[in-house]
Design a protein around this ligand. Structure first.
Ligand SMILES: NC(=O)c1ccc[n+]([C@@H]2O[C@H](COP(=O)([O-])OP(=O)(O)OC[C@H]3O[C@@H](n4cnc5c(N)ncnc54)[C@H](OP(=O)(O)O)[C@@H]3O)[C@@H](O)[C@H]2O)c1
Length: 328
């Protein structure tokens, strides 16, 4: 999605300047459609080095970064355990917030943020980039239009070796583990495609304070069930979506970053929708929604975020997974 070139460049405050912040900055800045106005991270040296590279002001305090003149929205891109505090601070300052996934560690905190955003009438969205991209939305549109016919098979495997990505991924003190780091993608997919389940079941492998893999099944009153298999230590890294009915099928590798997708009909023409799942597309759409004065994203509605957070709470309850900072 391109932006109107007459539009003012959109100003971001980045809270966090780690692995993802750097990747996002690399996509946003060359576009000329976004600028990073201010940055905060706890280590001032790292913050200053990043700020210098991206032409932003390095700030000693998060509120200073959020209130820097020219900031149109705050992007929270820190480990999960700190999302709540930073997002809350920004919403209290009436700043629109795009907050990385998962928005919080537990559903009670997510509910509090959604309540606050509604009270403040400020935009608040989870940065679930998969759903800002065309592929996922197209699959949902095909499903809703009955293009697949009666569903026969649904496979959703989210197996990646994420251990190397950043130390937070396996750190229980930062709510690391498969469910919150990667599971949020397939669970959001299933909620978007089939709605919130009436019941969820989860079995997983927990050791060293985090979950390394799990199987989650959604059960619906109609008798329909769908499952996803999640892992952050699968060396083969198989990430695969298959949705197959008696009329058509789609399959997508690396579905959480899916751009293009095909609808292969049993009879009739194959339809091919081409697109990209990237951060620039996500930030363009979010900037436009904020310009429109929306308080909620069309692409990632707050209720979906809340439903997924409630499911993840339940999965953790069933796996008996409690993070150290939650223990009394
Ligand atoms: N959408 C996607 O494709 C995608 C991809 C990767 C990650 N993510 C999400 O993005 C978030 C950040 O991931 P990352 O891989 O960039 O993490 P990271 O590499 O560990 O970077 C975290 C950054 O947050 C800063 N920070 C600020 N306050 C902090 C606090 N209270 N505790 C810890 N760090 C704090 C850190 O700097 P200081 O230590 O100086 O504070 C650092 O700059 C996570 O929520 C993750 O799930 C999303």
């Amino acid at each position: 999605m391109k932006m109107d070139t007459n539009q003012k460049v959109f100003g971001w405050c980045f809270i966090g300047c780690g692995t993802l912040a750097q990747k996002v900055a690399k996509q946003l800045l060359p576009s000329g459609q976004h600028k990073i106005v201010s940055v905060y991270s706890r280590s001032y040296d790292k913050c200053a080095a990043f700020a210098q590279r991206v032409g932003a002001a390095a700030c000693h305090l998060p509120e200073e970064a959020m209130q820097t003149p020219g900031v149109d929205a705050v992007y929270v891109v820190t480990p999960h355990t700190s999302h709540f505090a930073y997002a809350r601070q920004a919403l209290l300052l009436k700043k629109p917030v795009l907050c990385e996934k998962p928005v919080t560690v537990c559903s009670a905190d997510a509910e509090a943020l959604v309540r606050l955003a509604r009270e403040q009438q400020v935009y608040f969205a989870e940065a679930m980039w998969t759903w800002f991209a065309p592929a996922a939305n197209q699959i949902k549109a095909w499903l809703d239009a009955g293009e697949y016919g009666t569903l026969r098979r649904f496979v959703l495997n989210c197996h990646v070796d994420a251990r190397w990505y950043a130390p937070r991924v396996t750190n229980p003190n930062q709510a690391g583990g498969a469910l919150l780091d990667m599971g949020v993608y397939p669970l959001t997919y299933m909620v978007r495609l089939f709605g919130k389940p009436d019941r969820g079941t989860c079995t997983g492998h927990v050791s060293k304070g985090i979950d390394w893999d799990e199987e989650v099944t959604f059960h619906y009153a109609s008798g329909f069930t769908c499952s996803t298999s999640i892992s952050i230590k699968d060396l083969l890294g198989m990430e695969y979506l298959l949705i197959e009915g008696d009329k058509a099928r789609s399959c997508l590798f690396q579905f959480h970053q899916g751009g293009s997708v095909k609808l292969k009909r049993r009879q009739g023409k194959t339809e091919h929708v081409r697109g990209k799942c990237d951060y620039l597309n996500e930030f363009n759409l979010v900037a436009n929604e904020i310009r429109e004065d929306l308080t909620e994203s069309r692409y990632v509605p707050m209720q979906v975020t809340l439903d997924v957070m409630a499911i993840m709470d339940e999965c953790r309850r069933q796996m008996k997974l409690v993070y150290p900072f939650e223990m009394q």
